[in-house]
Structures are given as C-alpha cells and as structure tokens.
Design a protein around this ligand. Structure first.
Ligand SMILES: CC[C@H](C(=O)O)C(=O)SCCNC(=O)CCNC(=O)[C@H](O)C(C)(C)COP(=O)(O)OP(=O)(O)OC[C@H]1O[C@@H](n2cnc3c(N)ncnc32)[C@H](O)[C@@H]1OP(=O)(O)O
Ligand SMILES: [Co+2]
Length: 134
C-alpha cells in the first residue's frame, strides 16, 4: 500500500530561523513559504535528493499543530508522509483494519495540491502518519 517517503514534517516556533538553519547551516534548497489556512499552517519545503522536509508554523486560531508546539517549545518532528496510488482504497483498507482516519475521513487537498489523509498516531507506533495520493 504505502510507497515512497514523500516528506518528514517538523513543527517550528520560528519559521524564518528554521529556514536559515536549513539553507545556511545545512546548505539545503528551501522553497518560499506558503500559507495553508485550511490546514492552519504556513509551510516551507526543504528539497532533498530523495525526499523533502516540511517545516510547519501554526497559523490562525485552531491550528492542529499549535498544541504540539505548546508541548514541544523548541519544535520537533510532527508527522511522516507516505505516498499511495489510491487514497480512497488505502483509507478503506486501513479503516477495515481498525485504524483511525482523522477528520471526517474525506481526503483534503494538501500542500502539493494532492489529496491527503491523516492516521491517528496511537495506531502507528506513536507517529502521526499522513498519506498523499500521487
Ligand atoms: C495537509 C497540509 C500539509 C501537507 O503535508 O500537505 C500538512 O501536513 S499540514 C499538518 C497539520 N495537520 C495535521 O496535523 C492534521 C492531523 N492532526 C490532528 O488531527 C491532530 O494534531 C491530532 C489528532 C494528531 C492530535 O490532536 P491534539 O493535539 O489536539 O490531541 P492531543 O494533544 O490530545 O493528542 C492525542 C494524543 O496524540 C498524541 N499526539 C498528538 N500529536 C502527535 C504527533 N504529531 N505525533 C505523535 N503523537 C501525537 C498526543 O501526545 C496524545 O497522546 P497522549 O498519550 O494521549 O498524551
Ligand atoms: Co505533511
């Protein structure tokens, strides 16, 4: 079912500082920031040869990552995103296996303009999992 690792996401308290760290200290190619108000985040992608790092800053009133940042003031790894060919088939298989799909279970459009879903961390080794249809 899951394919390539699409990205690893890190929530940060200061996006400009995190961009400077990845661009200057680590010499990585970093995208411009994009606001995704429907997801409550501002996002930057660090482009790597084999995958991406997604740097996330909470925006708006009810950002789903705000609470994570309260618990982890310096920031930290937030989720991992795997690619799938067919997100509805993957969802149905996961639900049938007893996994919890977050939200209303319907895919939303993510930062890459593709459908995404999130799976409860308690069902996946304590790790928030995002699946993205590519
Ligand atoms: C889609 C745009 C972009 C993209 O890639 O295209 C993004 O990735 S946007 C990313 C932001 N969106 C989301 O994260 C949506 C999914 N997240 C959620 O629905 C919530 O954050 C949720 C349900 C994972 C946690 O909600 P909340 O923080 O309000 O609940 P709790 O604090 O009560 O947490 C419950 C339980 O889960 C543990 N937890 C929370 N967040 C994480 C995490 N990131 N990784 C691992 N575990 C997590 C938390 O510690 C609680 O455990 P407990 O033992 O009960 O303390
Ligand atoms: Co993501």
């Amino acid at each position: 079912m899951i394919g390539k690792l699409n990205h690893v996401a890190i929530v940060v308290p200061d996006l400009d500082k995190a961009v400077a760290t990845y661009r200057d200290a680590l010499g990585a190619k970093v995208s411009d920031a994009t606001d995704l108000p429907e997801h409550g985040v501002r996002v930057v992608f660090v482009e790597l040869p084999n995958t991406k790092v997604e740097l996330l800053l909470p925006i708006g009133e009810n950002s789903p990552v705000a609470k994570f940042l309260e618990k982890n003031a310096d920031g930290g790894m937030h989720h991992i995103c795997y690619e799938v060919d067919d997100i509805l088939a993957a969802r149905d298989k996961l639900v049938a296996s007893g996994a919890r799909v977050l939200g209303n279970g319907e895919p939303k459009i993510g930062a890459h303009g593709k459908p995404v879903l999130f799976l409860h961390p308690k069902d996946f080794c304590g790790t928030l999992v995002e699946i993205e249809q590519v």
